[in-house]
Design a protein around this ligand. Sequence first.
Ligand code: PLP
Length: 332
Amino acid sequence: MIWRVFDFPRYTLTFYPTPLEKASRLSKELNIELYIKRDDVMTLALGGNKVRKLEFILGDALSKNCNVLITRGALHSNHARLTAAAARKAGLDVYLVLTPPGSHELQGNLLLDKLMDAKIVFVNDQDKADDVMEEIARDLRSKGKRPYIIPGGGASAYGVLGYIVASLEILQQFYNLKKKPKYIVHATGTGATQAGLILGMKLLGIDDIKIIGISVGRKARECKERITKLINITTKLLDIDLKIKPGDIIVFDDYIFGGYGIIVEEIVEIIKYVAKVEGLILDPIYTGKAMYGLIDLVNNNYIEKESIVLFIHTGGTPIPFQYSTIIKKYLQ
Ligand SMILES: *Cc1c(COP(=O)(O)O)cnc(C)c1O
């Protein structure tokens, strides 16, 4: 059934597979066998999980003959940066509707958005961003352009397809190692990545890997509702009948630290620790919080000692630079 995914047009934006590496020193420290899926290592504009989603979203946009992408995100949005890069690579125009939280300083993702000459519209009220995208689309249509609106985070059924394919890639890489992960841990925002992984593993007939989303802002219940919705629209798109049990969706909201986009000292400390032990760079909004969660789940024995664990590094490379002022404060 997973072959249905390959019926959908996909515009390739980078090279696969992304590396799967063992984090030997961090494994020893935590007394688990930790692997890292390096989805931060991609050739398109510093990479990240949005690239996988955008390949199918762009496939859909191009099949509908669209020539302008419109999306929304926080001022520090990785999704906005990668939508701009994807648009430029495919020769399309691009509009970004950017809202708080985030820094207006021309640094990190915002700097890259500008370098790619994305048309940026700043909107202070998050609740108005969808309307603003619609207005831009209407205006473009009246000028004879063909816009395509991408929901925030690339959280559409097409976006989910990207992580269904990633499941297959992860399985192949572990097969080559003759290992089976028991846990997959990653940062959860819109839930599209987690929806894709849950669906992907289900479609591959794998039911003994726990996929754990660490929420970066929303309450667990809201994350689960969003993931359920994304799973439902994606099975509909694929025209498959697949039942997901509520217990298949595991989300922890214990590591939000004040909310989405808020940077706290504990997370900067974890980033520093991982950088020092493993030479691995995380960011304070997504992967830093996810790694904090992983380490805490090991320490409180939710993840048993010696388990094989996969951490998905979902990207966010420019974010430490966008927030260097705050991070520097905690490094003193
Ligand atoms: C967007 C993003 C996430 C969250 O992914 P979702 O599919 O929206 O849940 C996690 N990590 C990074 C670095 C991101 O940019």
